[in-house]
Design a protein around this ligand. Structure first.
Ligand SMILES: C[S@@+](CC[C@H](N)C(=O)[O-])C[C@H]1O[C@@H](n2cnc3c(N)ncnc32)[C@H](O)[C@@H]1O
Length: 270
């Protein structure tokens, strides 16, 4: 109850602004979508770079920006495109940016991208039904640094690592997550409910920042920097050793694990 009021209040423009001042006063480096170029110019020079979700509304701008900043090789991935605007910019700049049509969480796309020193992924994670799988895919493509910006929900006091699954929420419950008052015009899956035919266009998950940080860590990233916003986070992360593995045994080993489990009598229906 208190939490829903917190969310409602943070959706008021003036309260949201006050929140930003308060967090800055506390010493946080408060985030903003328009800061993405700052991060790109900081990390791209001299490194290979890939922008995951490079097309909608930006037509490859962040990939071209990385190239201009001195990235050694630049790729952009998306599930649609390239748009005519992308092609025009590429030609006008005599750019070597490579567009890859593919789902970032698909093994074929991961293989096509290979390993890039810097991975940018902005505005994509909450559009994926399995955010952990997407983070694992980003980790496989990432040699050094991940710049991740994504929509989030405010932290729930006393319930760290919480998240909200948006599809199938009742209209009244969806209303809480509608960010129209903050200038977000259309949220597929929230504004008018889940639209299966729109695929990744839907908003799937509202992760709290703590949940996002834990997912990142589990996927093999160390969070080095955070720029919080009330309804979004920018995390800059280093690729580290992947801590979570489930190795599938071969058939012989699998049978011997089966025998050991049975003889120990430890597997009981939950
Ligand atoms: C909200 S837009 C963000 C565009 C841009 N990165 C930005 O921050 O302004 C999300 C983009 O990611 C793309 N996208 C969504 N899911 C994807 C996936 N699984 N693999 C690759 N691209 C994806 C969409 O097509 C769209 O171009």
């Amino acid at each position: 109850m208190l939490y829903t009021w917190k969310v409602r209040i943070l959706k008021w423009q003036c309260a949201n602004l006050l929140w930003r001042y308060w967090r800055a006063w506390r010493g946080d480096d408060v985030g903003n979508y328009h800061r993405l170029p700052e991060y790109i110019r900081r990390y791209a020079p001299g490194r290979s770079f890939v922008d995951i979700g490079c097309m909608w509304g930006v037509n490859g701008d962040y990939a071209f920006m990385a190239e201009e900043a001195g990235a050694t090789m630049v790729k952009g991935v998306d599930v649609f495109g390239p748009t005519p605007e992308f092609e025009a910019k590429k030609q006008a700049r005599n750019s070597a940016v490579e567009f890859i049509l593919g789902d970032a969480s698909h093994p074929a796309t991961i293989a096509h991208v290979g390993i890039a020193d810097v991975v940018l992924c902005a505005g994509v994670l909450y559009h994926h039904p399995s955010p952990f799988d997407l983070l694992v895919a980003l980790r496989q493509m990432c040699g050094q640094t991940l710049i991740l910006r994504t929509s989030t929900i405010p932290e729930i006091k006393g319930l760290p690592n919480a998240a909200i699954y948006f599809p199938m929420l009742k209209p009244h419950d969806r209303q809480l997550w509608n960010l129209k008052s903050l200038g977000v015009s259309q949220q597929v899956g929230i504004t008018d409910g889940f639209e299966p035919q729109k695929g990744y266009g839907n908003w799937f998950w509202g992760l709290t920042p703590s949940c996002l940080a834990s997912l990142l860590e589990t996927a093999g990233f160390r969070v080095d920097y955070r720029a919080p916003e009330a309804f979004a986070q920018t995390f800059i992360c280093s690729a580290v050793k992947v801590p979570f593995v489930h190795r599938l045994p071969d058939e012989i080993e699998a049978c011997s694990i089966g025998e050991a489990v049975s003889s120990a009598g430890i597997a009981r229906p939950a």
